[in-house]
Design a protein around this ligand. Structure first.
Ligand code: GRF
Length: 221
C-alpha cells in the first residue's frame, strides 16, 4: 500500500534526497505530498523543487512555538497525509502539534531519524558526542516521535564501527550513508506492513499510556 508523506526539514536535505531516490527507483511505495522547511533557503527546498514536489517555507523566526506550529499544521492539513517524516527538522514538536497526528493505537504518526543508537546521545550532536565519547560501535535510529525529545518507540536501528583512522568527518559520512539506506527501508516496511515496534518494558509515563496489549505492537494504516 502506498503511503502519503510530508517531509519536514531544516537543512541540506540529504535524507529527503534518499527518500525521493528510493521512490524514483521503485524501492519505496510512497508519495511525498509536501516538503516543508522552517529555514528559508534550506537545501531541502531545491531538492523538492527538482523532483516536482510541492514545497512550503514556514519560518519560525519571530513567532512563538505555538504560532509557528499552527502555521505548519495549516500547511500540512492541506494534504492527505499518512505520516509526517522528519528529516533534519531542527524543531522540537509540542504535544499540541503531535495530537493532530494521533493514530487510534496511541502513537503519533510522526517519524524521525536520529544520528545515534538511542537512548545514547540524544540531542543535536549525536555523531559528534558518540565520537567524542570514544564509542567503538555507533549507529542510527529511526523512531516514532513522542512528547519527549529523541525518545519515542524505536522502529529500526543500524550500527557501524568506528575505525582506528576515523576522523569526525569520515565517521559522520559513514553514518550518513547508513541513514540514507535505513530511512527509505523503514518507510517501505511501514508501507508494506504498517508500524511495528517492541513494547518498552521499562515503564514511564508516556510508554505506560501508549503501550497496551501485546508485546509487539502492530498497526496498519
Ligand atoms: C541527519 O544526520 C539526521 O539524522 C539528523 O539531521 C541530519 C539531517 O541531514 N536528524 P540532512 O538534512 O537529511 O542531510
Amino acid at each position: 500500500m502506498s503511503i502519503n508523506i510530508a517531509v519536514l526539514a531544516s537543512g541540506r536535505g540529504s535524507n529527503l534526497q534518499a527518500i525521493l531516490d528510493a521512490i524514483s527507483t521503485g524501492n519505496l511505495d510512497a508519495k511525498v505530498q509536501i516538503v516543508l522547511v522552517n529555514v528559508p533557503g534550506a537545501g531541502a527546498i531545491d531538492i523538492a523543487a527538482k523532483h516536482g514536489v510541492a514545497t512550503a517555507v514556514v519560518p519560525n523566526a519571530g513567532l512563538t512555538r505555538k504560532e509557528h506550529e499552527e502555521k505548519v499544521i495549516a500547511e500540512l492539513k492541506k494534504h492527505d497525509l499518512d505520516f509526517i517524516v522528519l528529516a533534519g527538522y531542527m524543531r522540537v514538536l509540542s504535544s499540541g502539534f503531535l495530537s493532530n497526528f494521533k493514530d487510534p493505537r496511541g502513537f503519533f504518526k510522526v517519524i524521525n531519524i536520529h544520528p545515534s543508537l538511542l537512548p545514547a546521545f540524544p540531542g543535536t550532536r549525536g555523531y559528534e558526542e558518540a565520537f567524542e565519547y570514544g564509542v567503538k560501535v555507533a549507529g542510527v535510529t529511526v523512531h516514532l516521535v513522542d512528547e519527549k525529545v529523541d525518545h519515542g518507540p524505536i522502529l529500526a536501528q543500524a550500527t557501524f564501527s568506528r575505525t582506528e583512522d576515523d576522523t569526525i568527518e569520515s565517521f559522520k559520512a559513514r553514518g550518513l550513508r547508513i541513514e540514507h539506506e535505513l530511512y527509505p527501508q523503514v518507510l517501505q516496511n511501514i508501507a508494506r506492513d504498517g508500524v511495528t515496534y517492541f513494547k518498552r518494558l521499562k515503564d514511564d509515563a508516556v510508554q505506560a499510556e501508549n503501550n497496551q496489549g501485546t508485546d509487539r505492537e502492530t498497526a496498519r494504516r
